[in-house]
Design a protein around this ligand. Structure first.
Ligand SMILES: [Zn+2]
Length: 197
């Protein structure tokens, strides 16, 4: 059996994004977190829906627009009920919607995100071994950190593997898609075991 594989992972955010913005109460840049609460305002047959964020330090609130002057008949009834009951699942769903932050012109804190690394593909290759790490949400995370998680070894050991040419050189941070080659069968043993976990 070939020792070489193409092993693909995806980095997915867990929980809501945090926002960086000027807090008028703190008088400086601050981190705002999702309160998982919605605010719904009905005006005639028009609705506004926001999700409420709050400054981590002073609790000053900031409302992110989800819907603006939408006809109540255009809103899904089930979703409307979930807004009214501050459904936690729905709040986290909106907290992870990148488009929502773009629409509200909010700066997402891409460094302070908890993420999950999931194995999505593991296929044999003829003559080369590589990891492909997908990062569709563009979370700012170091490549050596991700590799140390994949291989369950310390970051300092990653450096040694590169020096011994068991791994290709790494970009400092993971881009939307980062490819890392491995050149060692010994390393493959390690990956094979870890992938099964
Ligand atoms: Zn504040």
């Amino acid at each position: 059996m070939s020792c070489w594989k193409k092993i693909e992972y995806v980095i997915k955010p867990v929980g809501s994004y945090k926002i960086i913005r000027n807090c008028p109460k703190c008088g400086c840049k601050s981190t705002y977190i999702n309160t998982n609460n919605f605010r719904v305002n009905a005006n005639g047959n028009q609705l506004d829906v926001w999700i409420i964020y709050q400054c981590e330090k002073c609790k000053h609130t900031y409302n992110l627009t989800i819907y603006e002057r939408i006809k109540s008949s255009d809103l899904n009834k089930e979703e409307y009920q979930r807004f009214l009951s501050n459904d936690q699942g729905l709040a986290t769903e909106y907290g992870k919607k990148k488009e929502l932050f773009a629409k509200n012109k909010c700066e997402i804190d891409l460094e302070q995100i908890s993420y999950q690394l999931a194995l999505i593909n593991d296929q044999p290759m003829n003559s080369e071994g590589k990891f492909i790490i997908r990062n569709p949400c563009e979370i700012k995370v170091r490549t050596d950190k991700i590799l140390s998680e994949i291989l369950h070894i310390a970051r300092s050991s990653i450096k040694t593997l590169i020096e011994r040419e068991h791994l290709s050189t790494l970009p400092k941070y993971i881009s939307r898609e980062t490819e890392v080659r491995y050149y060692s069968e010994e390393l493959f043993q390690n990956i094979a075991i870890r992938s099964k976990e």
